[in-house]
Design a protein around this ligand. Structure first.
Ligand code: HEM
Length: 333
């Protein structure tokens, strides 16, 4: 497990608290990956793929979602080599970082992958689908907690042409597949006038083989739901209203700060860009055990302009969040 030990429990100690200032605005907020961020409660970021205390429960959740809705996995035909490349890159990462429980070996054209956490011991031939129990993205996606999107670079643009996304925050991979990077960011306010999307795309297109960067994104999520994709809106949309209309005492347990740690990696063999999205949910009751986080979260929520709050879907929940932080979370004005 990649979980730091401090006086806090693992969920708090390993939480990637996303705010480095008291104000949040969009920017091309990328940094090289692989170094740890020390936070007020612990640290995060040492590894690109993180295995934590939720490994088994999140993988079971992904399996349930995929069984119900296979469209969460998409791989346009020309992306098959990239999917294999992604699978092998992730296996190499895992085997390097967890040699006691995971290993990848090669004998001629046959590979052997072992993952003791899931009692997996499989042999495969790279590129031969018949040797894997599932397509490469589904196979590796059932062994890591991260969502993944693969982008093809052509015609001087990036195209989201493959992926496995079960924990989307208010978007749909099934809808976005095949779209360009700029089209996907079309609904995001401000990023076009402030050139964030075009600058981000130029940056990504210049990534060199093996280079790896990361950024964070955040929102608020009710009732610990990882799957808040467009497809399941009927299951989670009303939670925001019931939270806002319900008792304030419930907010500490029902509302979570949701951070996505996103990695951007140029795959060495296929030249595709691998976009890993790892979702962390921290209930406000636990967030408030770190006074610096409670204070800062309150300031960021209070300051966030309406269009950004609306796009993030937090116009109903940010008021109760702030009220709870002041009433029960130790925040004084
Ligand atoms: C440097 C890289 C990137 C930057 C700076 C960036 C920036 C952003 C920002 C600011 C948002 C709005 C988030 C919010 O308010 O919650 C967003 C949303 C989003 N981004 Fe990115 N992004 C990057 C890379 C990517 C990549 C590689 C993909 C892969 C396809 C992607 C897919 C999305 C999607 C699907 C959304 C939600 C769009 C919707 O609401 O329909 N982003 N991005």
């Amino acid at each position: 497990m990649n979980v730091p030990t401090t006086e806090h429990g693992p969920a708090v100690a390993g939480f990637p608290f996303p705010f480095s200032r008291d104000q949040y605005r969009y920017s091309t907020n990328v940094e090289p990956s692989g170094t740890s961020h020390i936070t007020a409660a612990g640290l995060w970021g040492e590894h690109r793929i993180v295995i934590d205390q939720n490994y088994h429960s999140e993988l079971a959740e992904r399996r349930r979602i995929l069984d119900r809705d296979p469209s969460r996995h998409q791989c346009l035909e020309h992306m098959t080599p990239a999917a294999w490349d992604c699978m092998l890159t992730v296996m190499r990462d895992l085997a390097r970082e967890h040699p006691e429980i995971m290993s990848l070996e090669r004998t001629d054209s046959r590979w052997r992958w072992q993952n003791a956490l899931l009692s997996v011991d499989d042999h495969f031939v790279l590129g031969d689908l018949s040797t894997l129990p599932a397509p490469p993205l589904v196979y590796i996606g059932s062994q890591i907690q991260e969502d993944v999107v693969l982008l093809d670079q052509r015609e001087n643009q990036l195209w989201a042409d493959a992926g496995l996304v079960t924990f989307a925050a208010d978007w749909s991979f099934g809808f976005d597949v095949g779209m360009s990077f700029l089209q996907i960011h079309g609904p995001v306010p401000r990023v076009h006038t402030e050139n964030v999307a075009t600058r981000a795309q130029s940056f990504l297109m210049r990534l060199e083989s093996g280079q790896s960067y990361r950024r964070t994104n955040w929102t608020l999520t009710v009732d610990g739901k990882l799957d808040t994709s467009t497809e399941t809106y009927p299951d989670w949309g009303r939670d925001r209203r019931t939270l806002a209309d319900g008792p304030l005492t419930a907010v500490g347990d029902r509302l979570s700060l949701r951070t996505e740690v996103q990695h951007l990696v140029r795959l060495a063999n296929s030249d595709a860009v691998m976009f890993l999205i790892r979702t962390y949910l921290l209930p406000f009751r636990e967030l408030a055990t770190v006074p610096e986080w409670a204070e800062r979260t309150h300031k960021v929520l209070e300051d966030l302009p309406f269009d950004m709050a609306e796009y993030k879907g937090i116009t109903r929940t940010r008021e109760p969040a702030m009220r709870w932080l002041r009433t029960y979370g130790g925040v004084s004005l």
